[in-house]
Ligand binder design. Sequence first.
Ligand SMILES: [Fe+2]
Length: 449
Amino acid sequence: MTAAKPYLTGHYTPAVDEITATGLTVEGTLPPELTGRLVRNSHNPKPGITPTHWFKGSGMVHGIRLRDGRAEWYRNRWVRTPALDGAPYLTEHGPDLTASTAGTHVIEHAGRLLALSEANLPFELTPELETVGAYDFAGTLRTAMTAHPKVDPATGELHFFGSSPLPPYLTHHVADASGAIVHSAEVPGASAALKHDFAITRHHVVFVEGSVTFDPAEHSGIPYGWDDEQPARIGVMPRGADGAGRIRWYPVEPGSLLHAANAYEDERGRIVLEGPAVDREGFVLSWNWWVGAPGRGAEPTTASRTRRWVIDPAAGTVAECTVDDLATEFPTINEDLLGAEHRYQYAVSFPDSDGLGGYGVVKYDRTTGERRIHEVGDARMPSEAVFVPAAGATREDDGYLLTVVSDLKQDASRLLVLDASGLGQLAAVHLPRRVTAGIHGSWIPDTAH
Ligand SMILES: [Fe+2]
């Protein structure tokens, strides 16, 4: 008998059913202004299904409804896509963009709640997390949609891209604040390199092609792998209708950036991009966990470390460095600063590649260089810490971090509300089940409607 895949055990043990619970117990004081829903996605295959890669597990969305200092409900629902029932992605007619796990992220734009997986169309959900169906922006989206779209805080526009291992490799889209796609353009010079995330600045769209690219010989179900021959590059494309033709690709050191924390233009017009990145060894470490390779423990580890690229368009150069040696992932910021220079960045800190250290929520002050960690405790794992600004906030870190913690010892989960300024715990919402550790999520305030 083979050992259980690590992504189906421990913190990642899938939920076996869907439940709804109301009137949740709250420890501490929930800020009444936190009125809305925290929604979070995870790979959660149905009982009896063992995906060949963590990313192949069907998506399950967990939602927690807060209102006026109370925690009204928790519910979890599978995203009902054709893939949940086994429909293949590749068909005799080509890729089926509706055959999605829809298990990577969940966002809201223009009143639509969308579960995302990067090779597919989004799946629309109701506010109570029931599946409506695949959403193609009223027939105007004909590519896949990244799981990491970006809202421009100045305009409310949603920037996103569709990437594919076959041409067209990369298409940039912009949906306006009402949800209508107003711009789509194929991006010249892109390759089949994996593009999981990207960034926008005030004047540019920043694409990242690392050393991980399409590999049809990779049989885990996710046909990508590290390739030393794949040139790592950053593409800087002016925003606007004619920007695609003016993109410039800058060579960078080999590596792989899964998530961008942020990008911005500095006072000298240089583009600064930051996010946790891995080298070849770090990529293999993560990949082996994602595919359940023998010899890896159940606890996920990562070797990704925050890296900074400074691109100088005038000089045509890129300076890059690793800015911290702590292993982190799931970078977040106050998204009011998305595309502008941010002072504070948050992330989940991981045990190191030897499994030492615990999980925590980390806060970086990029001005003072201070790093602060909220340790979540033994056998506990936090999910991505979502920043929510306080009402009437005057400081960038005046707000809250929301994270769902999986607790193996108690076989339970809590939603922690941390003060984003000092990382102290303000409240803990007792959830009626242990929530499968997972990936990305969003806070959707009622004021978004
Ligand atoms: Fe992601």
